[in-house]
Design a protein around this ligand. Structure first.
Ligand SMILES: Nc1ncnc2c1ncn2[C@@H]1O[C@H](COP(=O)(O)OP(=O)(O)OP(=O)(O)O)[C@@H](O)[C@H]1O
Ligand SMILES: [Mg+2]
Length: 359
């Protein structure tokens, strides 16, 4: 395996999509204010919350430091938030760093040796740490000890350094990239799932209260339904709807106002944006629903292959609108229904195009 950054480019971070899951500048500015501060305030993820509650309460009761925790899940689901909650619930300070920031084992040694007893070390994007740092982390997690190498070449010596007990909270969007020896050293692993619409509704109501926006039940439901299972997107859509309600209306958010606001931003009732719909439309209208090859589909919408594959497709697949098959991309019946189009009958016109486009 390649230990350099093997993550695909997160195109949605760069292109400023309203429905992109990664944090943009504005998100970062308001997220601190919107973050739940305790497990009780953290919406949804019932199973994870219940398990984590037990892990933390048991450690507190024993007067011990909590086990190391691994949080995995897609961007914007609450990993950073949960790491801060862990520290708060343990009454411990938190130190925040990330895999890409630790390129040398020495960087990690410096951080580890300055931790206080019981401190939470949050290591974001833990899958992007360098290999030597990762190996140092194994020993630190297991034995609360590191070997600091002093000098170079034959004269180099390893000086063992005792560490105070600490809790490592690792976060990753890509648990599959973690080497098993690292994964095995976490006492508790939480996999965060996409949120249900009802949970996102609660996120919207909670954030609306903090931002002092008046949102009624249907307005919150409308925003939640377009948020792609992701609290970060729900919070972002809420801010755009608030703008619209303030400028065009009296500031109150109803279902009609939320829908009108998000229509301006081209986010449809299911959370698809212009790019998502362009891909679906091309697949349906130009290729009769497929199968069609990815490259052909990308040319048809005037986008890079990677953009279609990594930005648009994952959500379309998750929503059951598009399937990736060995013969190419295929639209599902739900895709036809979503765009209000009627699929061609079997054996008629469109299937004849396969010879032309179907690779
Ligand atoms: N369970 C939740 N309840 C309420 N708000 C939430 C919840 N989870 C996340 N949020 C909100 O969503 C925003 C994004 O969450 P967070 O930064 O924790 O995501 P993340 O998983 O760390 O994302 P990334 O992978 O991009 O680092 C935060 O501002 C937070 O307010
Ligand atoms: Mg984060």
């Amino acid at each position: 395996m390649n230990w350099d950054d093997t993550a695909p480019p997160t195109a949605d971070a760069a292109d400023g999509r309203l429905v992109g899951a990664s944090a943009d500048g504005e998100d970062q500015a308001v997220e601190a204010a919107l973050r739940p501060k305790s497990l009780d305030e953290f919406v949804g993820q019932e199973r994870v919350r219940e398990q984590l509650d037990l892990v933390l309460k048991a450690a507190l009761a024993r007067g011990a430091t909590a086990d190391h925790v691994l949080l995995s899940g897609a961007p914007g689901l609450g990993k950073t938030t949960l790491s801060m909650i862990i520290a708060a619930e343990m009454g411990a300070p938190i130190r925040i760093t990330s895999g890409p920031a630790i390129q040398h084992a020495g960087d990690l040694a410096a951080i580890l040796s300055s931790l206080q007893e019981g401190e939470v070390l949050f290591l974001d994007e833990i899958h992007r740490m360098s290999r030597p740092a990762e190996e140092m982390l194994y020993m630190a997690m297991e034995d609360f000890r590191v070997d600091v190498i002093v000098g170079k070449g034959p004269g180099a010596t390893a000086i063992p350094l005792e560490l105070p007990p600490f809790t490592l909270v690792g976060a990753t969007t890509r648990a599959g990239l973690l080497p098993p020896p690292l994964r095995d050293r976490f006492g508790f692993t939480a996999h965060m799932e996409f949120y249900e619409p009802a949970e996102l509704e609660r996120v919207v109501h909670r954030s609306a209260q903090l931002l002092d926006v008046a949102v009624d039940t249907d307005g919150a439901a409308e925003i939640a339904g377009r948020s792609r299972g992701t609290p970060r997107i729900a919070n972002r859509l809420l801010r755009r709807v608030r703008d619209y309600a303030q400028v065009k209306e009296d500031g109150r958010v109803t279902r009609e106002i939320a829908a009108a606001a998000l229509a301006v931003y081209e986010v449809d009732g299911r959370g698809l944006d212009r790019l998502d719909r362009a891909v679906l439309k091309a697949l349906l209208k130009l290729f009769g629903g497929g199968p069609v090859g990815l490259s052909t589909l990308a040319v048809a919408v005037g986008e890079e292959r990677e953009t279609v594959e990594e930005v648009a497709e994952p959500f379309l697949v998750r929503e059951g609108l598009l399937a990736r098959t060995p013969r190419g991309r295929v639209a599902t019946p739900a895709a036809w229904a979503h765009l209000g189009l009627v699929p061609p009958r079997q054996g008629s016109g469109a299937s004849g195009q396969q010879g032309l486009f179907g690779t």
